[in-house]
Design a protein around this ligand. Structure first.
Ligand code: MN3
Ligand code: MN3
Length: 335
């Protein structure tokens, strides 16, 4: 175990003494640039006056209000999982001490996100509705399926740590987007502007989180591929099977939430598009045929507004790249 700790954490020196983190000696520059990016873009939900959206909110009919309230209930649940379990699992297998520091930042921001989602429905909905939304998110079958599936991966002591990174990226870059569809749809229609402001800030964070953890996955995966190609193939099979299994559940979740407003097909297209993005973060080829052209242009417009000027991967801004899926390169982190 001690040997494992020395290997993984580099926390102990040759005499077995505990080592202080040294930011002047960074072995992976991506750790440093990610730390700088994330700390620069720090924000809190308390800055955004969600109550200014009550006027728009009152123009929505009951079905649309139901969808807004409950997708934010679902997102609150999923980022509770990230903040309480997800980053703690990833942090057990860091390679550099600076990676640990970056993951601490990400973990705290997941708490900010979970708080922000609940701020939205706690501002827009009545006290009875708020209680119902929390009861719903704590018990809804298809929502709980994804939460429990990923929780079990995070908490397994015997699972390959690379699978925990896959689960993390799938949750972040894929499973959240059935929920993000709604605020982006309203952003595209110039409604719920303050809600959209929060979602824009969250998307800006998520674009960094997904690529950073995907990048750390790729380091491990490429090493595995060199050492044991068969094991790497098996891991890849597991990844794609897991993505299918989650998609199967996601179809049921999306129909249950969105059939009442007629958006299910559009939401599923958006979900498949983002599943491809998640695979891209992990250095894999896309699985679904859906591209940006297939996504509802109003939502695509919302997402390009959301990521313009502060994208992590592209120095020209607007990095939620349209129309193509390509693997990230180290140079994508230069900004
Ligand atoms: Mn989050
Ligand atoms: Mn995140």
């Amino acid at each position: 175990m001690a040997k494992k700790l020395i290997e993984y954490y580099d926390h102990l020196n040759s005499k077995g003494n505990y080592k202080a983190i040294n930011w002047d000696q960074v072995s992976d520059e991506i750790d440093k640039s990610t730390w700088e990016k994330l700390t620069e873009q720090f924000w809190l939900d308390t800055r955004i006056p969600v109550s200014n959206d009550l006027k728009d909110w009152r123009t929505l009919d009951d079905d649309h209000q139901w969808v807004v309230g409950h997708i934010f209930g679902g997102l609150t649940l999923l980022d509770t999982l990230q903040s309480q379990d997800g980053l703690a699992a990833i942090r057990k297998h860091v390679i550099t001490p600076h990676e640990n520091a970056v993951l601490n930042n990400i973990q705290f921001m997941e708490s900010v996100h979970a708080k922000s989602y609940s701020t939205i429905f706690e501002t827009l909905n009545t006290p009875e509705q708020i209680d119902e939304i929390f009861d719903w998110s704590d018990s809804e079958e298809f929502l709980q399926f994804k939460a429990k599936k990923i929780f079990n991966i995070y908490h397994s002591d015997t699972i390959d740590p690379l699978k925990q990174k896959i689960a993390n990226v799938f949750l972040e870059t894929y499973l959240f987007y059935s929920g993000f569809y709604t605020p982006l749809y309203y952003l595209g229609h110039n409604k719920l502007a303050n809600v959209a402001e929060i979602i824009k800030l969250i998307l800006r964070d998520e674009s960094v989180h997904g690529t950073y953890i995907g990048y750390k996955f790729q380091i491990g995966y490429n090493k595995l591929r060199e050492a044991d190609p068969k094991a790497a193939d098996d891991l890849k099979d597991w990844m794609f099977n897991f993505l299918y299994e989650l998609y199967d559940n996601e179809e049921k979740y999306v129909h249950m939430v969105y059939d009442q407003v007629g958006w299910s097909d559009d939401v599923l297209t958006f979900t498949r598009y983002n599943a491809n993005k998640a695979l891209m973060n992990l250095g894999q080829d896309p699985m679904f045929p859906d591209t940006a052209e297939d996504v509802n242009p109003i939502v695509m417009n919302g997402i390009s507004t959301a990521t313009a000027n502060h994208d992590f991967f592209s120095q020209v801004g607007n990095g939620y790249r349209l129309g193509q899926v390509e693997p990230m390169k180290d140079s994508d982190y230069d900004y």
